[in-house]
Write a protein that binds this ligand. Sequence first.
Ligand code: FES
Length: 505
Amino acid sequence: MSDTVRITLQPLGHEFTVERDTPLQDVLFTYGVEFPCGGNAICEGCKVKVLSGELEVTPEQENILSRKDVAEGWRLACRCRAEHDLTLELAQWDAKILTDDSKFEFVPRQGLGIAIDLGTTTIAAQLLDLATGNVLAVETALNEQARYGADVMSRISFAVMEKGQNALEETIRLQLGGMVSKLIGSAGVDGELVQDVVIVGNTVMHHLFCGFDVTPLSQYPFESPRGDLHRITARELDWIAIPNATARFLPCMGSFVGSDVLAGILATGIHRSDALVGLIDLGTNGEIVLGTRDRLLYCSTAAGPAFEGSCISMGMRATTGAIAQVKAEDGSFKCRVLGNTAPKGICGSGLVDAIAVGLSAHRIRDDGKILNSNGSLSLCPPVELSQADIRELQVAKAAIAAGVRILLKDLGATMEDVGRVHLAGAFGNYIDRSNAHRIGLLPVPPERVQPAGNTALLGAKLSLFSAGPTPLSGIQRIAEHVALNLDEQFQDIFIGEMSFSPYAP
Ligand code: FES
């Protein structure tokens, strides 16, 4: 037998030879694979999929990887040695759909429950043992409704203009039913023990799942009378894997602010805070909540898709080839490209960095004007930003900053009064908080910003432990919706926030 083995890495296409029995951590590191927990088999960050060849499944891997992952060929590179020729797929640079593994307090119940965060783009679901609080299985997926439109407005348009409401409803009920079956299958439990399913999502997802007409959401004042808690039995949904269950879609808060934000408030506990605190979810529809245990104000603001890398000429999702980080080095830009490969485009976190570094290097003015004579900002060839790209980010940033400022105004507070801001969602996990503050996107200094993960899923899980709406109705009692479009100062504040200056009192 030869003393060497051949390894091919996909999707990068690298091929190389190493000595047999070499730890994968040693060789993959050279090819830019990161080992976030230092190879301690606790983070899953080094997951690789065996496309051909063989890698052993050690007990540590069985502890952290799901049965489904193992069956599909996923292994932890930090626990494996190259004993045979291998072709490996690297998972590291695909934007992972955020789930939740935080510890939480609960009052035990008998039986099993399922929590689902139904997002416009992604879906995360977990099966829990309600007696122990343990997560027994996890499923994530891209929302299959996306084939009818990427964002909520295009789904509403498809539902209303193309008479596609039924197709959207059927698609999502079928997809969630399939995910529920997989949860039961991969945990190897009796589906008859599941009695409760809690679903959270924005108002459009709520209406499309529950079968409520979305037409009111397509026209002024963008309010619907059907935002309440809605229950549907698994039998009505044809979810045969859990025949005894009832699904509860938690109530919307108002306008486009759905139960995902309600769940986020529950998860972060800001409704119990004596000090002024906030929750911000950055996305196409940015959602902002600010307040204390006595009064919470919330709003949604149309930030546009720039934070997700859309509408940017070389924008892309955070996957292989995306510039995810930009720093200044010796007067030029130094880019970190996901997958250690040639840059193909830029994702949201890279965009925020690029603007912040461009401002500090005097390549961009505070009003957003690119100062290079050719009117574009070259990052790492061939990736560059155009003036129009920078305008897109200015609009997104101004929408969020104006929302924060109006809520503070209505609360009679200033940003100095804000003790802490929880930043929800995937983007909140990856964004450089200093740079976000530098460009005026986040109102408080980085040390007062806390990445909060998938607060919607955690809030859905917490709701599984109370069959009634008790904690939620407490939140609804102190929460007030602020319609930004009705604030007569909104336009002036929005235009003022187009500048990339750090947030000022
Ligand atoms: S590096 Fe964290 S699990 Fe391998």
